[in-house]
Design a protein around this ligand. Structure first.
Ligand SMILES: [Zn+2]
Ligand SMILES: [Zn+2]
Length: 259
C-alpha cells in the first residue's frame, strides 16, 4: 500500500541551484532504466513491476469518470458527458486522454520527477500509460496520431530545470507506440508567469500568442504533457497547430487536475 512518498529513504535532496545537480539530473533522465523488477517507489516493497508493487498500482487514482472532451474528473458515473466548461466553450482539441487524477500519490510522483529529476517516480505511470495507449490504438486505429508533440517549455525554464519532462514522456510513448515525436515543431517564444494560482481568464490571457509553429504539421497530432490543469495551455497550443494546418489535435497527459 502507498504510505507516504515524503518519508521515503529513496528520495534525494535536490540542490536546485547547483549546476552539478542539473547535470546529474540530465544524466539520470537520459540513462535507460531497467525494465521490470526492483523496489516499489511508493512503499519500498521488493516485488515492484516497472517501479510499483501491485497494491500500490491498484491504489492509483484512476480517472474513471471524466468529461469526454477535457477529461475533467466527474463525481458521477459516465464518460459520455461534457463538463460545464466544455459545454459553454467547446475546446479546439478533440479530447484529452489522462489516465489518472492529479492527486495523492500521483501528484507527488509527478512532482518528484518534474522538479527533482527523479525519473523512477514517473516510470510506472509512463509505462502503464503507454500500455493503455498501445491497446487503444489497436482497438481504434483511426485515433492514431501522425506525430507526438512534446508540450514546449521556454528554453530558460528548461535550462533551469535541466530537462523538459514532456519531451521525456513523448520519447518514451513514441518508443512504445511507434509514432514519431518532436520538440522542434513548436517554439514557446516568451516566458509566462507560472499558471498556478491564476484563474481561467488569467491563464488564457497569460498564454495568448506564445506559441509559434515553425512548419506545416501533419494532419493528426497528439500533444504530450505531464499534467493537464485547466486546459488553457492545451487550448492555446492546439489553436496554434490548427492555424498552422493541422486537422485534429489530441492531448495525452499522465494526469488531470480536478479543476
Ligand atoms: Zn508499493
Ligand atoms: Zn470538459
Amino acid at each position: 500500500m502507498i504510505k507516504g512518498l515524503r518519508s521515503l529513504s529513496t528520495l534525494l535532496t535536490p540542490k536546485v541551484n547547483s549546476r552539478e545537480w542539473i547535470h546529474d539530473s540530465v544524466r539520470k533522465i537520459r540513462s535507460p532504466l531497467p525494465s521490470g523488477g526492483g523496489q516499489c517507489v511508493a512503499c519500498l516493497a521488493p516485488d515492484a513491476l516497472y517501479g510499483l508493487c501491485t497494491p500500490c498500482r491498484q491504489d492509483l487514482p484512476a480517472n474513471h469518470w471524466h468529461c469526454r472532451c477535457c477529461a475533467l474528473p466527474l463525481a458521477f458515473a459516465g464518460n459520455e458527458t461534457l463538463c460545464g466548461q466544455c459545454l459553454q466553450n467547446l475546446p479546439p482539441f478533440t479530447r484529452v486522454i489522462a489516465p489518472w487524477r492529479y492527486r495523492y500519490p500521483v501528484d507527488g510522483m509527478i512532482q518528484r520527477y518534474k522538479y527533482n529529476g527523479q525519473r523512477a517516480f514517473a516510470r510506472p505511470l509512463i509505462h502503464d500509460f503507454a500500455t493503455q495507449l498501445v491497446g487503444m490504438l489497436q482497438t481504434i486505429p483511426e485515433q492514431r496520431p501522425d506525430l507526438l508533440i512534446a508540450s514546449p517549455m521556454h528554453p530558460a525554464r528548461r535550462r533551469k530545470r535541466g530537462f523538459n519532462q514532456a519531451a521525456d514522456i513523448a520519447e518514451q510513448l513514441s518508443r512504445r507506440t511507434g509514432i514519431p515525436w518532436t520538440t522542434d515543431l513548436v517554439i514557446r517564444n516568451r516566458r509566462t508567469r507560472p499558471q498556478r494560482g491564476l484563474n481561467r481568464e488569467e491563464r488564457l490571457a497569460n498564454l495568448r500568442g506564445i506559441y509559434q509553429v515553425g512548419r506545416t504539421p501533419p494532419a493528426r497530432l497528439a500533444i504530450i504533457d505531464d499534467v493537464v490543469t485547466t486546459g488553457a495551455t492545451a487550448r492555446s497550443l492546439t489553436e496554434a497547430l490548427l492555424e498552422a494546418g493541422a486537422a485534429e489535435v489530441q492531448i495525452w497527459a499522465l494526469a488531470r487536475t480536478p479543476g
